[in-house]
Write a new protein. Structure first.
Length: 545
């Protein structure tokens, strides 16, 4: 179905290749996971499948890419789009029309389908993705996760032979992510669809895919094979793989079920631990207080009677399904929206009494789509603009670039960066101004596990310096590892608040993989290893099959 021969590609005006000497083949009906660090070429490889590389992006292209026997250098993207459905990392950039149903139908209309066929396929796609209730909604009113599902529905409606997906679950809550992956698995098993999926949250996909292709940081094909063979060689393996490696298991468990079998066979039983107690309230006064805040979004309430305090020195993480109100809550704190009822107090002053300049100095905000705040010609210039606007010296510029892993990209245009690199550039542009309150909306989107851990350590350091850090995310594993407090939202209300183990442990949707294996207060591999340190692991008696 896909055959790539000695592919070498370099984007215009770049000094290094995005892909180097890639030889790769995918058979019909395979479910292939593309893994690798941010900037390793995963997105570029997907763009090669539908001709966006080189027809749209230009640059230097060598070698050959064949899709269903068609040479992508010869055939147009319009011709290839009939075979390859593509969902980009930023689904918002793919939306063209105002209404959800019209957006899904648009591609079919351009492919010449009659009205009856279009109606049937639109309904089919809405049902497959579980978004029939969004049929008549305006795209502008949807959350990022809802937009992601609409983009996937539009791609599926054309019934392509190949689906090329760039982090399709990056903005989805755990329930929605699992349902999407279940749909993809059925499409492979029942319809013989070929799927190539680039993903950073590998724990979601390793148990479903038939192959893993690992790209090296310099854009080369490093490893390729079944997930049970590749998993233990991943540079930053997900929790279950790390658990298996720590217990000396070969092969390592890929699913929670396999991990439970491993733990049972080893006779590894952990004590239930101390009862999880409320985290209580810090002694310092809060940096932000929301008092009975109501915010309307169209005909519904995006926030309903929300009261929440955010404290300096702590990393507070907001969680909840798509549309729960996380982004709306952040926008209240930064002053981008005004509450219909209630009060928002920032650093002891009600927000309605603060000027835009005062808010900008106090609150740093990185939105869900960092491209919307990057305007300069280079990454370094983005930081300089912030420093000048705040009246700060430029002595911290190089240090900020270094600690966010952006020093080698400082001279590049932000739009030439990968999604994860662009996310870090936006964060650097905010952090260099030393805000008292830092707000991040889905900051782990596009970040590989190493960069995600770097981000967690950075947020802890920023909080230790007295900053109040608030992060909205669907990344349960990240929240469990780095949060001091978690606030769980549902339907615009805060339904739970406290320490990570208090909020996440034992829940069906938001428990971590490790918690699903061991229960109790254990959320991370580190929690388990700390407990095992007091009760050594018995010798292996069986392996996971």
């Amino acid at each position: 179905m896909i055959r790539i021969e000695q592919l070498i590609y370099r984007y215009p005006h770049q000094s290094r290749d995005a892909l180097s000497s890639v030889c790769w083949q995918v058979e019909e009906g395979e479910f292939v996971l593309l893994a690798g660090a941010s900037g390793s070429g995963k997105t570029t490889l997907l763009r090669c499948l539908n001709g966006l590389v080189p027809h749209f992006h230009g640059g230097s292209f060598g070698g050959r890419v064949l899709v269903a026997g068609l040479d992508t250098r010869v055939h147009s993207t319009a011709r290839l789009s009939r075979l390859v459905g593509f969902v980009a990392q930023d689904p918002e950039a793919q939306g063209l029309l105002d209404c959800v149903a019209d957006e899904i139908a648009f591609g079919l209309e351009n492919l010449g389908y009659d009205e009856r066929a279009i109606r049937v396929r639109v309904e089919e796609a809405l049902d497959l993705l579980g978004i029939a209730s969004l049929r008549n909604r305006r795209l502008a009113t949807l959350s990022g996760g809802e937009r992601q599902r609409v983009a996937l529905a539009a791609a599926l409606a054309a019934r392509p032979h190949i689906l090329a997906l760039d982090e399709p679950t990056s903005q989805l809550d755990p329930w929605a992510a699992e349902s999407i992956l279940d749909v993809l698995r059925r499409l492979v098993d029942d319809l013989g669809l070929t799927i190539v999926l680039a993903e950073q949250r590998l724990e979601r996909v390793l148990g479903l895919c038939s192959r893993v292709t690992l790209l090296s940081p310099d854009g080369r094909l490093e490893r390729d094979g079944p997930p049970e063979e590749i998993a233990s060689e991943l540079p930053w393996p997900p929790p279950l793989i790390r658990l298996g490696l720590a217990l000396g298991s070969r092969p390592v468990p890929l699913t929670v079920k396999q991990a439970r079998e491993l733990v049972h066979n080893r006779g590894l039983v952990l004590s239930p631990g101390e009862p999880v107690r409320s985290a209580g309230r810090p002694a310092d006064p809060p940096a932000v207080e929301l008092e009975r805040v109501w915010v309307r979004a169209g005909e519904r309430w995006a926030l309903e009677d929300v009261s929440l305090a955010v404290y300096p020195g702590l990393v507070t993480i907001l969680m909840g399904r798509n549309g729960a109100g996380k982004t709306t809550l952040l926008r209240q704190i930064v002053g981008l929206q005004k509450p219909d009822r209630g009060r928002v107090v920032v650093l002891g002053r009600e927000i309605i009494h603060l000027s835009r300049a005062e808010l900008a100095r106090a609150v740093g905000y990185v939105p869900q789509h960092p491209s919307s705040m990057l305007f300069s010609e280079s990454v370094r210039e983005e930081l300089v603009v912030t420093l000048r606007a705040r009246g700060h010296q430029e002595d911290e510029l190089e240090w900020t670039l270094q600690r966010l892993g952006l020093a080698e990209h400082a001279a590049r245009h932000p739009y030439d960066l990968s999604g994860g690199e662009r996310q870090r550039a936006a964060l650097a542009a905010v952090l260099v101004g030393r805000p008292s309150i830092l707000l991040l909306d889905e900051p782990t989107r596009g970040l590989d596990p190493e960069r995600k851990a770097d981000l967690g350590r950075l947020l802890r350091r920023v909080a230790a310096d007295g900053c109040a850090v608030v992060v909205a995310t669907h990344d349960v594993e990240f929240a469990a590892g780095w949060a001091d407090r978690i606030a769980l939202l549902a339907e615009g209300r805060v339904i739970a608040e406290g320490a990570p183990a208090e909020v996440l442990a034992g829940t069906l949707a938001y428990s971590t993989q490790i918690n699903r294996v061991f229960g109790g207060p254990y959320l991370t591999v580190e929690d388990v290893l700390a407990a095992v340190g007091h009760a050594p692991v018995p010798p292996a008696s069986a392996e996971v099959g």
